[in-house]
Every structure is written in structure tokens, then in C-alpha cells.
Design a protein around this ligand. Structure first.
Ligand SMILES: Nc1ncnc2c1ncn2[C@@H]1O[C@H](COP(=O)(O)OP(=O)(O)OP(=O)(O)O)[C@@H](O)[C@H]1O
Ligand SMILES: Nc1ccn([C@@H]2O[C@H](COP(=O)(O)O)[C@@H](O)[C@H]2O)c(=O)n1
Length: 229
């Protein structure tokens, strides 16, 4: 690890705080930030916009090299574009969220997006925080620091519901069900499933505030940098 450069991989299930933590850690340590879920969402958005049957892996594989997906890595203002158009809003729609696990399970999609992620990480000379599901296991197995965030399904559903301003008990329960369903699909696909790398540090965020999680990760990164000196 070069003195001034550090690569941090943050993985975990949905709603565990990967994006919020990664952005804050990257800002604190002046590193780049990459939201890899946004890239799978961008691919999914393009498939839906172009009438591709997302439940047909062969159809998805046949066209997944067509959209030009680009990510900006400033943690204070990350961007995601498809063929030059800003898709940061549309990729968060419920249609995209419901379809993304099917698209991200297609090996050809993963091969293309993994190559893109590695290229982006390599272009950040000062280092980067990359968050997703398979960063520590597959995309950047030599990352300097690997974190696997977890939280109970109840805590995650409560966080996501607060974000979406959902209050009714039935809607919170539906949010919980949707999170668990996506985690199950992401953990059981055959190519590069959601998994903790053997050398990742697991942080259960259920009872922690976001500030506490950020502090914990910054401490782990700084300890690693000290060991390297
Ligand atoms: N430790 C925490 N305590 C309370 N709320 C948190 C905590 N961490 C994150 N949050 C909130 O939970 C919500 C989900 O966080 P975030 O989007 O960072 O999770 P994620 O793991 O990246 O989710 P996804 O994988 O679905 O994109 C956000 O509203 C965020 O502000
Ligand atoms: N490294 C990754 C990151 C994400 N995915 C897939 O994208 C979906 C959306 O991710 P969010 O973080 O935006 O919720 C996720 O459910 C996975 O299907 C992935 O496969 N690998």
C-alpha cells in the first residue's frame, strides 16, 4: 500500500449503511467514492427503458455491452450517467429496485461492470472507498481494508422506511420483506454473490449511529495505514 493511497471495500446487505458510511469515510479521508449498486441500477434502468425482458438472462446478456455507464467519484457529489444522461433519480425507482437483482445475476453483466469498477478504482491515485456486495471477495480482493456491514432486518426496514417517509406498519413490513427478498436473491446467485470476504471485519450497525459506524471504519483505515508505515 503506497503511503498516501488506500483502497477500502465496504460490502453488506441492503440498508446496512454502506453508501452513507462510505461517502462520509471518503470525505473524511479525502478518498474517492464508488457506489457500485448505482451501476447495476443504471444497467437495469437501461434494460427497462429499452424493453428488454429482465427475467430473460440471455436477452439481458445479449445487449449488456450497449449502455455506456459512467460514475463520478467525488464523495460530496457522486454522479451516475448512462450514455451521457444523468440517471441518478430514475435508478432509485421501485421498478428498478424490483428488477435489479435479476439483472445483476447475469454473468455477462457482472463481467462488464466488474471491469468498469476495477478501471475506476485504478484511476484514483489517492485511493477510494468502493461499496457493494462483492467488492472484498471479487472486484478488489487485494483491498487494503475490507468491511462487511450488517444490521437486523428490523433496523434496516426502519431506516429505509424513514428515508422513504413510510409510517404505516403494513408498509414498514412490506419494506422489510422487499429488503430480505433482495438479499436472498443477491446471496444465492451463482456468480459473485453477496458474501463477507474471509479477511473482512464485520461491523453490526444495528445499535450504532451512523457517526459511530463512520468513526469505527475511519479508525480501522488509520490503523491499517499506521501498520504500513
Ligand atoms: N447506523 C445508522 N443508524 C441509523 N440510520 C442509518 C445508519 N446507517 C445508515 N442509516 C440510514 O439508513 C438508510 C440506508 O442507508 P444506506 O443507503 O447508506 O444503506 P446501503 O447499505 O447503502 O443500502 P443499499 O444497499 O440498499 O443501497 C439511509 O437513510 C441512512 O441515512
Ligand atoms: N457490488 C454489487 C452492488 C450491487 N449489486 C446489485 O445491485 C443492487 C442494488 O444495489 P444497492 O446497493 O443500490 O441497493 C443489489 O441489490 C444487487 O443486486 C451487486 O450485485 N453487486
Amino acid at each position: 500500500m503506497a503511503e498516501s493511497s488506500v483502497v477500502v471495500a465496504i460490502d453488506g446487505p441492503s440498508g446496512t449503511g454502506k453508501s452513507s458510511t462510505s461517502k462520509a469515510v471518503a470525505t473524511r479521508l479525502s478518498l474517492g467514492f464508488l457506489d457500485t449498486g448505482a451501476q447495476y441500477r443504471a444497467m437495469t434502468w437501461w434494460m427497462l427503458a429499452n424493453g428488454v425482458d429482465v427475467n430473460d438472462p440471455a436477452a439481458v446478456a445479449a445487449v449488456c455491452d450497449k449502455p455506456l455507464i459512467a460514475s463520478g467519484t467525488d464523495p460530496k457529489a457522486p454522479t451516475i450517467t448512462v450514455d451521457g444522461a444523468d440517471v441518478s433519480g430514475p435508478i432509485r425507482s421501485s421498478e428498478v429496485t424490483a428488477a435489479v437483482s435479476a439483472v445483476s445475476a447475469v454473468p455477462e453483466v457482472r463481467a462488464r461492470i466488474t471491469a468498469l469498477q476495477r478501471a475506476i478504482a485504478a484511476e484514483e491515485p489517492g485511493g477510494i472507498v468502493v461499496e457493494g456486495r462483492d467488492i472484498g471477495t471479487t472486484v478488489l480482493p487485494a483491498a487494503d481494508v475490507k468491511i462487511f456491514l450488517t444490521a437486523s432486518p428490523e433496523a434496516r426496514a426502519a431506516r429505509r422506511s424513514a428515508e422513504l417517509r413510510v409510517k404505516a406498519a403494513a408498509e414498514v413490513a412490506a419494506t422489510r420483506e422487499a429488503l430480505v427478498k433482495r438479499d436472498t436473491a443477491d446471496s444465492t446467485r451463482s456468480t459473485s454473490p453477496l458474501a463477507k470476504a474471509d479477511d473482512a471485519v464485520e461491523v453490526d450497525t444495528t445499535e450504532l449511529t451512523l457517526a459511530q459506524v463512520v468513526e469505527c471504519v475511519v479508525t480501522l483505515v488509520e490503523e491499517r495505514k499506521r501498520r504500513e508505515r
